[in-house]
Design a binder for this molecule. Structure first.
Ligand SMILES: N[C@@H]1[C@@H](O)[C@H](O)[C@@H](COP(=O)(O)O)O[C@@H]1O
Length: 245
């Protein structure tokens, strides 16, 4: 794993943006794997800025998002579809028809998982997958204990994940109990992975990830099996490793 330690969140966002924009510039029809959560927000802001400056063109880019809450349709304010619209898609020249996110309100969620995996298969896996990490090591919504051979599937969210994400909802009761997520196997198919971690609350997860121990109880550790992962981490999230020298 290639580790880039930066001073702060701003630098993290700039580095991530520069990797993604260079990627799009050299491959305008890129398939990008996108993530939600607070961490990539700065990266999306920087990408919008790059677009406004005429340095990056999303016209032929296709995107695949990692996950969606079960029960939240594409119009629900807390859905990841709305999140992506509000933080990136509506500000750049991407063709909406080229943006894919699981439908959390599908009648048959199991069928939706099969349909989504088929989309990944047809488009080819992402050329570049952007990832955040949960405090418990989840990637996408693959919670501890998820099989490393999983493809897109339904997951029950850990109570710690529901608590961590409650800040986006009016109360914790409103946070869905289930989600659809690309599986670890689907994620690892990506050609290149950029993992972002910022802030002290991610420090324990980053320490565990970089220990190299690969274990299904810590989903992000599967990334140690991939040969092109760049972790961009700020000093706060890297603290425990630096302190130990
Ligand atoms: N499904 C998302 C993950 O993809 C994300 O990595 C995680 C961390 O979010 P944050 O970046 O807000 O810490 O949150 C959610 O659970």
């Amino acid at each position: 794993m290639n580790v880039l330690v930066v001073d702060n969140y701003e630098q993290l966002s700039e580095r991530a943006c520069s990797i993604i924009s260079r990627h799009i510039q050299s491959n305008p029809t890129s398939v990008l794997g996108l993530a939600t959560g607070s961490t990539p927000l700065g990266t999306y802001k920087e990408l919008i800025n790059e677009y406004e400056q005429g340095r990056v063109d999303f016209q032929k880019v296709r995107t695949l998002n990692l996950d969606e809450y079960a029960g939240l349709g594409p119009d629900h304010p807390q859905s990841y579809r709305v999140f992506m619209q509000d933080h990136l898609f509506k500000y750049v020249n991407i063709d909406q028809a080229n943006t894919y996110i699981p439908d959390g309100k599908a009648n048959h969620l199991e069928n939706e998982c099969v349909r989504y995996e088929q989309i990944i298969e047809n488009m080819g896996p992402p050329d570049l997958q952007l990832l955040g990490i949960g405090e418990n090591g989840h990637i996408g919504f693959n919670e501890p204990g998820s099989s490393f051979s999983s493809e897109t599937h339904i997951v029950e969210l850990a109570s710690s994940t529901r608590e961590a994400n409650a800040r986006f909802f009016s109360s914790i009761e409103k946070v869905p109990n289930y989600a659809i997520t690309m599986g670890i196997r689907s994620i690892l198919k990506s050609k290149k992975i950029v993992l972002l971690a910022s802030g002290e609350r991610k420090a324990a997860a980053i320490e565990r990830l970089l220990s190299g121990d690969v274990n299904e109880e810590f989903p992000a550790s599967a990334l140690n099996h991939h040969d092109d992962v760049t972790l961009i981490v700020d000093r706060e999230a890297y603290k425990q490793i630096e302190t130990k020298g």
